[in-house]
Ligand binder design. Structure first.
Ligand code: ME8
Length: 518
């Protein structure tokens, strides 16, 4: 078994259906998980829903249902979204599960035993939408002069008896952590958090008494935990904490928490402080990705332009959407989507470039070689050069993906695809059929090998289409990981079984812009 690798997404608030931002995050995390699997890691991938807190309680009240009924229904849609988008999580956690109550209370007790929790009175500004406390100095003025959080959401003055966590104790340790590691990425987020922590940390209110939709504070049952204490704990609950002999022993600390830029403070300040207090190891990295914008605009319920990712995937195809997100958005920055941008990318790169290369190579092999593969053919300098270009493109994709630089990785892959298409045009295998059949076979085998390797390289991004293609190429289902690149370049000694397709079927169709797209 390979080295363990543990990756998580944020857990979403199931106070409504999933939107395109949720789909984006889940897809990126899934691509990372699949890439690590292809590299030979033993991957654990967790996602889920964050079901407690005032935001859930208020939404349920507005709808006249219980918070649990709301969570049950909406959580199902998040799970369905993952299934539809081919997001292959290992664990889907819901924070209302009994095991999560147990884990959160165990973490609480450890922080209490460390002397980091005390009872006091909280007076300050709270945003229900962000489920966050803000300092007076952080607030901004709204259009009507009302006070808003730095995220632009309403805040209310809150006065309550509350448990506090001694966050102030951890300022220096946190700054050391940021300075000595790649704990926060990208750089812009790291700088932002570093400035926030350098500005001084106040102790954090970590319980509420004004409502009861949450996890009970051990020994103080009229308090429920502040929702972020419970939410962040999900990452260890899913591994079996507090049982430290469980998968927790193998997979903790997490390799990366993939989250959006709006919640970096919770993950990069509060979470490591809680873990330090509890004497647990810290995650290796928190990556705060950008937001997905609709033609450059933020989607919002009030503007009525919230996009449901499921119909979007039905219109354009799951693989297309996955490829688009990774290729179009510079990971870490905001990105913009529109139906035209999706169709343009899919047609130019998937259908016309790679799809066409695969389709014409396989068709010629089928027609001219009876679908039969040959090993050990003589090869020329042009063949070697192409194979070298493809191997380089794949190495560049792997290096970029390991840095989460997906758009550049796919661009390098695309350059290798172009090199193959150029090779087909130059070698013109159709013209060799009569004049030099042995050379034609060699050219087609070079293409077969290059297409296969390019397919395997991009499989984490577009798994369904690539599996359909590799099926047509007779490649064993168990031999589709990156170990395959190590096989001898010209198939000497390679067992190629069952390449017998009547007529190769294209796996990346050309898309039309839907009529109703503006
Ligand atoms: O924040 N583009 O839940 P959430 C990209 N429950 N990502 C986006 C986005 C957009 N337009 N909008 C939101 C929460 N996200 C908490 C997390 S984790 C212990 C608790 C991202 O449903 C957002 O940044 O509001 C977050 O990472 C995730 O979607 C869930 O957001």
């Amino acid at each position: 078994m390979g080295e363990p690798y543990y990756i998580t997404t944020a857990i979403s608030y199931p106070n409504g259906r999933p939107h395109i931002g949720h789909a984006y995050e889940a897809i990126v995390a899934d691509v990372i998980a699949r890439t690590r699997k292809a590299e030979g890691y033993d991957v654990r991938f967790q996602t889920g829903t964050d079901e407690h807190g005032l935001k859930m309680a208020q939404k349920a009240r507005d709808l006249g249902v219980t918070p649990l009924a709301l969570a049950d229904e909406m959580s199902g849609y998040f799970r369905q979204m993952c299934d539809v988008l081919n997001v292959g999580y290992d664990t889907f956690i819901r924070t209302t599960e009994p095991r999560h109550h147990e884990a959160s209370q165990a973490l609480w007790r450890r922080m209490e035993a460390a002397g980091d929790l005390y009872l006091d009175r909280y007076e300050g500004w709270y945003s229900v939408r962000d489920e966050a406390y803000y300092d007076e100095s952080e607030l901004v003025a709204g259009e009507g002069g009302d006070k808003l959080s730095p995220q632009g959401t309403p805040v209310e003055w809150t006065v309550e008896e509350s448990w506090f966590f001694r966050l102030s104790r951890y300022q220096d340790k946190l700054l050391e952590l940021y300075a000595s590691s790649d704990f926060i990425r990208p750089e812009s987020r790291r700088n932002e958090i570093q400035r926030f922590v350098e500005g001084g940390l106040r102790d954090l209110s970590v319980s509420r008494t004004s409502f009861d939709w949450g996890i009970k504070v051990p020994g103080s049952e009229d308090h429920v935990m502040y929702v972020w204490v419970d939410a962040l704990t999900n990452y260890i609950t899913g591994l079996g904490f507090p049982d430290e002999e469980s998968d927790f022993a193998r997979f903790w600390p997490a390799d990366v928490h993939v989250i959006g830029k709006d919640i970096v403070r919770f993950h990069a300040v509060y979470w490591p402080a809680f873990l330090m207090s509890a004497g647990l190891a810290l995650p290796k990295q928190v990556f705060g990705h950008g937001f997905l914008l609709n033609r450059g605009q933020k989607e919002s319920k009030s503007q009525g332009n919230v996009t449901d990712p499921i119909p979007l995937a039905e219109t354009f195809g799951v693989d297309t959407l996955r490829y688009f997100f990774l290729r179009e958005v510079a990971f870490g920055q905001d990105g913009s989507w529109s139906p035209e941008a999706i169709v343009t990318r899919a047609n130019a790169e998937l259908a016309n470039s790679f799809g066409n290369l695969a389709q014409r190579s396989l068709s010629m092999i089928f027609k001219n070689m009876d679908g039969e593969l040959k090993a050990g053919l003589e090869h020329t300098a042009a063949d070697d050069a192409l194979f070298a270009a493809v191997s380089e493109g794949i190495a560049a994709l792997r290096a970029a993906f390991s840095q989460f630089d997906f758009s550049n990785g796919l661009e390098a892959w695309m350059r290798a695809v172009f090199a193959c298409n150029q090779y087909v045009d130059e070698q013109a295998p159709w013209a060799l059929r009569k004049s030099d059949p042995a050379r034609m076979e060699a050219v087609l085998m070079v293409l077969f090998r290059c297409v296969r390797d390019l397919a395997i390289a991009v499989r984490p991004v577009v798994p369904t289409a690539i599996d359909a293609l590799l099926d047509q190429m007779g490649q064993d289902a168990g031999a589709r990981d990156y170990a395959a690149f190590g096989e001898s370049a010209w198939f000497d000694g390679l067992a190629v079984s069952g390449f017998r397709v009547d007529k190769p079927q294209g796996v990346f169709p050309r898309l039309e812009l839907p009529q109703d797209a503006e």
